[in-house]
Write a protein that binds this ligand. Sequence first.
Ligand SMILES: [Zn+2]
Length: 312
Amino acid sequence: MRYVYAIDVGGTKVELAVGDETGRLLATDRVATGDLGRQDAIVAALSERLRTLTPVGIHPDAVGVGSPGPLDSRAGRLLKPSNLPGWEFLEIENKLSAAMGLPVTLENDATAAALGEWQYGAGQGTDDMVYVTVSTGVGAGIIAHGDLIRGAAANAGELGHVIVNFEGVPCHCGLTGCLETEASGTALARMAEERRRESSWLRAHAGPLSAPDVFEALRAGDATAREIVDHAADRLAWAFGTLVNLTNPERIVVGGGVAAEGDWLLDPIRRAMPRYAMPDLLSSTTVVQSALGADVGVAGAVAVALRAGRKA
Ligand SMILES: [Zn+2]
């Protein structure tokens, strides 16, 4: 049995795990991203935590890291992730490898999650699937013909920055009208704030509105919340329809915080997809919820570490 380390880097928290080759997590740990410090201190803190986490008698032989992109995969380093201050240009592959004495593989987080769902989750048994995360941001990982689509610089799958509104708002990536500005959890909260006055439910809510608030209003029958979710679902369906026409996937697996709403999000997407995908291709595609849920990030990083070892 092989064992590996997994690290899932996020804007608010970093999750660490020791996993085995079946994807089972033997031990997990979680730390606030800000508590790891900056640059070299991050590497020292991560290697210390992984060592502490390791069960007695277990000897992991590789490390997989999932991180928000875009990345510089050739140099095994991050670029300038907007929500990770202190991680700019961090050469995590080289530095963590030196600290741990093990091979380290860095992968875009959505790509890693796609690998996790494909091997251990809702994508099992398919050769062609797409994993889409709808959370604070939007991202995707594409499996085609039984392999990952990584691209020339391993940054494929930036579905959140496909343009779906020519009159939309500026995105942190530099483009305008990106899917992420129309359908992420952040976008749902923004649209709810913009339309708060129209809805007695939203108006009565104290404090800033969040994506879960929008779905709570939806379940309570609020018409404004219905329009906001339908708009986001329509833009997701646009992007999904494009994916269907381009890659003819058997399954689109949707995960991330907003996807935890289940069919309240997925049903309006399914209803809208015939507007954006060719019927013959759409008939062979199903849209399903992530099976790994909150573990998809670390499970994906386990899959990344195992896959790198297999290739070596
Ligand atoms: Zn963008």
